[in-house]
Design a protein around this ligand. Structure first.
Ligand code: COA
Length: 329
């Protein structure tokens, strides 16, 4: 019997209504639209309302993805949620989404791979489906970064935005087939991007609160150096496993952390600008949600044709990185 494939049957995003522009940020910190746009490619980002959370945004994206796939929540066997901004340390955001959408048959688990979480999630989904452990999986990336960003720190507050996306992935069927995938990590550089307080190492205290240690801290310059190299490495391994040359790629859907990182990466694989999915200008860095949001926006243009090869690549805290090759069926 031929081996089953994992196929992304549907993909949907949820972006909060409120827009925070670069101009708005100039009222909060010493920055300019010119600096932010030329150094990052960002024009604006979405910010979740006070009563919106990782779980509620994820549930909205999930309902849309299920509708598109013509499935009921009861068809879902497993919910995997990627988030670095969960509603709670415990319970998992996946359990909350399972409750909110009524997927009472589904198991539920969160994964923490920061901005690489979607690619990590797809890799786990591929393994679960190809081994026939599960048939239908909901993979959700959802991030309320604004809850962890210090809006007096210009090094971080200009970069991040909020948003969610969800995919229904099933055995075979129509959509984007997961061909090959590769993941990497290096805990040696775990201090380059972190939220220092709130875990068991530095539990919440008035001091941690005063020192803003519950906010995201990042060494952007150092991360930049690792980002291109690590994603390039992952792409090469992923393409080699599929026995596909980079020249066969139709689309590149990279993590949206900085337009200069994306441009450098596309250049290394000679992928022209019009074949790279870009959403950083509108939505900034939504951590693990950037790739599924960009993939959804690309799909909505109607430009992904049957048998197109679509390469996803991610890099983020941990450090973590990865690449996944999809083929349109
Ligand atoms: N507005 C104006 N000036 C700013 C600024 C802002 N928002 N943020 C930093 N600066 C200043 C710095 O203070 C520094 O000033 P100095 O030269 O007087 O010291 C100068 O701009 C350059 O800062 P630097 O940090 O070297 O900028 P950069 O070109 O590296 O850009 C990032 C900063 C964060 C945009 C960039 O490093 C980046 O994107 N890094 C990768 C992020 C990443 O991949 N994260 C992991 C995945 S989420």
């Amino acid at each position: 019997m031929a081996k089953s494939s994992a196929v992304i049957n549907s993909i949907a995003s949820y972006l909060p209504e409120k827009t925070l522009t670069n101009h708005d940020l100039t009222k909060l910190v010493d920055t300019s639209d010119e600096w932010i746009f030329t150094r990052t490619g960002i024009r604006e980002r979405r910010i979740a309302a006070d009563d919106e959370f990782a779980s509620s945004m994820g549930a909205k994206a999930a309902r849309k993805a299920l509708e598109q796939a013509h499935l009921s929540p009861l068809d879902i066997d497993l919910i995997i949620v990627s988030t670095m901004t969960p509603d709670y340390l415990s319970p998992s955001t996946a359990a909350l989404i399972q409750r909110d959408i009524g997927a009472t048959r589904a198991a539920a688990v969160d994964i923490g791979a920061a901005c690489s979480g979607f690619v990590y999630g797809l890799t786990m989904v591929k393994a679960f489906i190809e081994s026939s452990i599960y048939s239908t999986i909901l993979l959700v990336s959802t991030e309320k970064n604004s809850a962890f960003v210090d809006y007096t720190d210009r090094n971080t507050c200009v970069i991040f935005g909020d948003g969610a996306a969800a995919c229904v992935i099933s055995r075979d069927g129509h959509g984007l087939r997961i061909k090959t995938t590769h993941l990497g990590a290096s805990g040696e550089e775990s201090d380059l991007i972190q939220i220092p307080a709130g875990g068991c190492r530095l539990p919440a205290s008035s001091t941690s609160f005063d020192d803003k240690l519950h906010c995201l801290q990042m060494n952007g310059k150092e991360l930049f150096k690792h980002a291109v190299r690590r994603m390039e490495e992952a792409i090469n391994i992923c393409l080699k496993a599929a026995d596909v040359p980079a020249s066969s790629l139709r689309w590149l859907v990279p993590h949206q952390a900085n337009i200069r990182i994306i441009d450098a990466l596309a250049k290394r694989f000679s992928i022209p600008e019009d074949r790279v999915a870009i959403t950083i200008d509108m939505f900034a860095n939504t951590s693990s949600s950037t790739i599924p949001i960009a993939l959804e926006k690309l799909q909505q243009t109607g430009q992904i044709a049957s048998s197109d090869l679509v390469l996803l690549t991610a890099f983020g805290g941990g450090l973590t990185w990865g690449a996944t090759l999809l083929e349109a069926t």
